[in-house]
Design a binder for this molecule. Sequence first.
Ligand SMILES: O=C(O)CCC(=O)C(=O)O
Ligand SMILES: [Fe+2]
Length: 400
Amino acid sequence: MKMGDPEEAEEHGRRLILHNFLSFQECKELEFIHKSNCTVGYRPHVFSTTLSHLIATNSAHLIMPFVPIRERLKEKVEEFFGCHYELFVEFTGLISWSRGSSIGWHSDDNRPYLKQRDFAAVCYLNSYGNDFKGGLFHFQDGDPATIVPSGGDVVIYTADSRNIHSVDEITDGERLTLALWFSRDATYDEDAKLITLLSQNFLHDNAPELCLPLPASSNMYWFSPDQASSDQQLGFDICWARLHVLGYDLLFHQDKSYCSNMSELLMEPLRLTRGDELFEHEFINILHALQVVQFYCWKAPDFKSAKVEETTSVVFLSQSQRERFVCLKSLFAKDVRLVDSVFSNATFVESARHSFNWVDFTIAIAMWEDYARKLHRELVMSLPHWRTQQSIFNVSLDEK
Ligand SMILES: O=C(O)CCC(=O)C(=O)O
Ligand SMILES: [Fe+2]
């Protein structure tokens, strides 16, 4: 379809599909952010990462990779629909759909509290067949009737009843999207709200240059098979679960197996183990460990296999240490089989396990710190411009 042609737009029911709108690296970076920061979502078996959540968990710098993408998407939407008014981003979120999730026929403005939504843009960050099964997108009328999600593609459509759509149940793996909604109503401008939150966090000049993540309350990370209740007698902690499916376990300093307060446990310093090996690096909490592990997963394909003679601080677990985390397991997961059914994608986990080594992992810790510092610097330099304009945009390097 040709861009910006209003007749074409009418004919296609006011929708646009763009292939390879996002690069492979952009998709992978957003996947890293989601898999290390998501919380349980708004529908059963769905997980989400919002920008305000990133700010609230001391990871505000992770909103930076979204900034140029949001801007490009907004431009496309304005151009395609020939908007003669300004559009505002109403919501930005990473959303993952795990096994068992789906959504029936609906329009995106179908609730009184969603009436402000004028346009939607859904970017696919991974692909049907390779990363998940099921999860096809359908429009009820018109063409195309079905969209097969493919990493980098985006579907843009009006949020009203001219675009009734559905998503088939995901039957395997994890389907990942970046979803944005746009409104012409400035009172729903997400940017203004985010700038207020950022300003509150960055009012002091003595903000550290390396931000370490701070977990939110434990119920936001608790997956319950019955989403109506956050009953912690069933289900599992999703941070622990994501580490578990990648072959990691946690070791706390003291015996925490009798700890009854999950929120407290999520804040405890810990070390990582794999098999019978204990890696001596200390992480300040589970979210810190998870961010580094997911960063390593993102970057691991680029590593030239490290030389074996290099040293890392790895020791063998003692029997008592081993017993300690066996007890802990039952705090984090009431049902380990459920963890595997929700998060494990056999092919991916296998390849991650095979390429693993602690030397590369050690390098990844330093790379993760550099990455976080760089984004943090960019954020601190951009914020004054955002505050002046009351808009989040890509501040060019020269201006910085
Ligand atoms: O993920 C998709 O393909 C569409 C999701 C959707 O329809 C929604 O969240 O309203
Ligand atoms: Fe929708």
